[in-house]
Design a protein around this ligand. Structure first.
Ligand SMILES: [Cu+2]
Length: 239
């Protein structure tokens, strides 16, 4: 059962996620949450459905969702991001919702997911839900089981989570470049039975390595830098 404390935590986490979200999407698409910081964000306790112990994403966050009837709706924005690996060392990457790696998608076995993927990259993309059992048309391999998502367009993925486990998402569209640029994130699907292999604490993190030349521009505000990335359209993570 959901305790009052858990409910308040969830409300607080969602409120703070909303507070850092400043961008309104195209008219038909609700505002998507954006994360500006790489510090660990508090877990999102379930506010509906079965209880579970939410994961903590190290140096990351969980993507807030909203319920629309019995669909759990998420918004992922594929976009250029700037990540400060060390003080003053900023890398121009590609990621999701302001961060690379992207936010963790968290769900429960049996959940019906609807994931809006908005492409703000300078090239086409898709998302492949690595390891998830789903209908072929939702598997996200561009040119094979779906058209690539052109820049500026949105693709809506819909599938039911048939099994619990730890998975990941990443593009299957120019994937060698896009994954090297930082496009990946975790998917955690909790068992429907909360007592099944229950853990006290649950952490996820992604490790990735980059090869970057020194001299990456660090001046200007975030928008200038994003514009710089958009104009230059880097094919590999170096400037
Ligand atoms: Cu994969």
């Amino acid at each position: 059962m959901l305790s009052r404390r858990n409910f308040l935590s969830a409300a607080t986490a969602l409120a703070s996620a909303t507070a850092i979200s400043g961008r309104v999407q195209a008219a038909s698409i609700p505002e998507a949450p954006i994360m500006e910081k790489t510090t660990v964000q508090p877990p999102l306790y379930p506010s509906s459905g079965p209880d579970y112990r939410p994961v903590v994403t190290l140096n990351g966050w969980t993507l807030p969702w909203r319920m629309n009837d019995d669909w759990k709706e998420f918004h992922l924005i594929a976009e250029p991001v700037v990540r400060e690996f060390a003080e003053g060392m900023k890398a121009f990457l590609w990621g999701y919702n302001g961060q690379s790696p992207g936010p963790t998608i968290e769900a429960v076995e049996g959940d019906k997911l609807r994931i809006f993927v908005i492409n703000k990259l300078p090239e086409q993309t898709t998302i492949h839900w690595h390891g998830v059992l789903l209908p072929n048309g939702m598997d996200g391999v561009g040119g094979l089981n779906q058209p690539h998502i052109p820049p500026g367009k949105t693709f809506v993925y819909e599938f039911e989570m048939k099994h619990s486990g730890t998975f990941m998402y990443h593009p299957h569209s120019d994937e060698m470049v896009q994954m090297a640029m930082g496009m990946m994130g975790m998917i955690v699907v909790h068992p429907r039975d909360a007592s099944f292999r229950r853990v006290e604490r649950d952490f996820v993190f992604i490790m990735s390595s980059y090869d970057m030349d020194p001299g990456t521009p660090t001046k200007g505000n975030r928008n200038d830098q994003l514009q710089h990335v958009g104009v230059e359209q880097p094919r590999i993570p170096r400037h």
